[in-house]
Each structure stands twice: as C-alpha cells, then as structure tokens.
Design a protein around this ligand. Structure first.
Ligand SMILES: N[C@@H](CCC(=O)N[C@@H](CS)C(=O)NCC(=O)O)C(=O)O
Length: 204
C-alpha cells in the first residue's frame, strides 16, 4: 500500500496510528505529498486533492481518514486476539463513530483557523476565526465531560481524539486547552505514551 501523506497532518496521523495498532505499518510506503501541487499526482488519485489518500495493493485510491482507517481495520495483520478499532454494529459502534466525528470536527475547525492565518492580513476574518474557536472549545468541553467515552478497549474515536489534541499542541500551544480540563489532559498524557502515538509525533 502507498499513502500520500504530510508529516504534520493530524488526519494522516490517525491513519498511521491505526496502522501501527493493527500491525500494518510496515506494509505502507509513505509518499510525501504537497497538496495543491498538480505535479504531485494527488489530484488524480483523489479529486479533493487532500491527504491522507491511500492506494491499496489492488490499486484502489481511498479517502478520507475515516474510510482509510476502517479499510485498514478490516485487513488481516494485527494480533489475532486484538479487538477491531471499529466496534461491530450496536451502541458501542455509534459511540465510537460519534466520538470520531466530534474529534474530526474539532480538527476541521482548527485547520480552518490555521488556513485563515495564512491568508494576507487584509483578507483575514476575525469573526470567522472566532466562530471556529467556538466549535473547538465546545468540542473540548464535550470531550472533557464524556468520561465513559474513554473507557474500554481502544477504538477509532479515542485515536481521533488523541490526534486532535496533539494537533492543538502543535498549532495552538498558547491557547492552553488543558485549562479547566484536568481529566482530559491526564487521559491525553497517558494515551500519548502508546508506541503508536510516540512513533507518529509531528515535527515541531
Ligand atoms: N476529512 C478529511 C480531511 C483531510 C484534510 O483536510 N487534509 C488536509 C491536510 S491536514 C489537506 O489535505 N488539505 C488540502 C486541501 O484542503 O486542499 C480526512 O479526514 O481525511
């Protein structure tokens, strides 16, 4: 398999954490890809021109991160008795998928702020950034208040939360998301010690 990737993308990190947890990391070749560059070939594999995009061994291009992670989860490779990262149909599955959606939404808002900051100063909208930061803070409060979400075995929801909090540390270190969220901060500190998380730390 090949993965169009960028070292700082939190969505790519999700995919690599899932791959590591399922024992599949060595079967994935990383292709460092610059989005927005027609020469990269990414737009041919993914009309949305986004990373992560996975090319399977059958030559099928898969996107976006929830689809790629579920694809990896269905492949053989992990420890035989390891539970899947996507729980089977039922309440646990909906909880895991909802948590993934919340953390992906947090990431979408965080990335929108980063992109806004890259526009020229006269094009930036403080109102837009404020709207996005409201989404980030409400998502963090919801995560902080949902203790049951973090109990039980590893699943796609908590992996996405771990990658989202890591991205806030990378891009918004001054905003101190840990303030008044001690339980979430403690959970993240422990979760970050997993080899899959340590092996995918974004460059500073
Ligand atoms: N929903 C997508 C989001 C992927 C995404 O936005 N990736 C960013 C990099 S962090 C990207 O490729 N941006 C380029 C663009 O939007 O043109 C996923 O979960 O994979």
């Amino acid at each position: 398999m090949k993965l169009h990737y960028s070292a700082t993308s939190p969505y790519v990190r999700k995919v690599l954490v899932c791959a590591a947890e399922r024992g599949l990391r060595e079967g994935i070749e990383l292709i460092d890809t610059k989005t927005g560059d027609p020469e990269s070939g990414l737009g041919t594999d993914n009309p949305l021109d986004k990373v992560p995009t996975l090319i399977t061994d059958d030559g099928m291009a898969l996107y976006d991160s929830p689809v790629i992670c579920e694809y990896l989860d269905h492949l053989p490779g992990g420890p035989a008795d390891a539970p899947g990262l996507f729980p089977p149909a039922g309440a646990d599955r909906w909880r895991a998928l909802r948590l993934q959606a919340l953390a992906d939404g947090l990431l979408d808002a965080a990335l929108a702020c980063v992109m806004e900051g890259r526009r020229s100063e006269n094009e930036r909208s403080a109102g837009f950034v404020e709207l996005q930061k409201g989404k980030i803070n409400r998502a963090l409060d919801a995560l902080g208040g949902d203790k049951s979400a973090f109990a039980g075995s590893l699943h796609i929801g908590v992996i996405t939360v771990g990658c989202a909090l890591g991205y806030l540390d990378l891009r918004f270190a001054d905003d101190d998301w840990r303030q008044d969220r001690a339980a979430l901060a403690a959970w993240f500190e422990e979760f970050s010690k997993r080899p899959s998380m340590m092996g995918t730390m974004p460059p500073a």
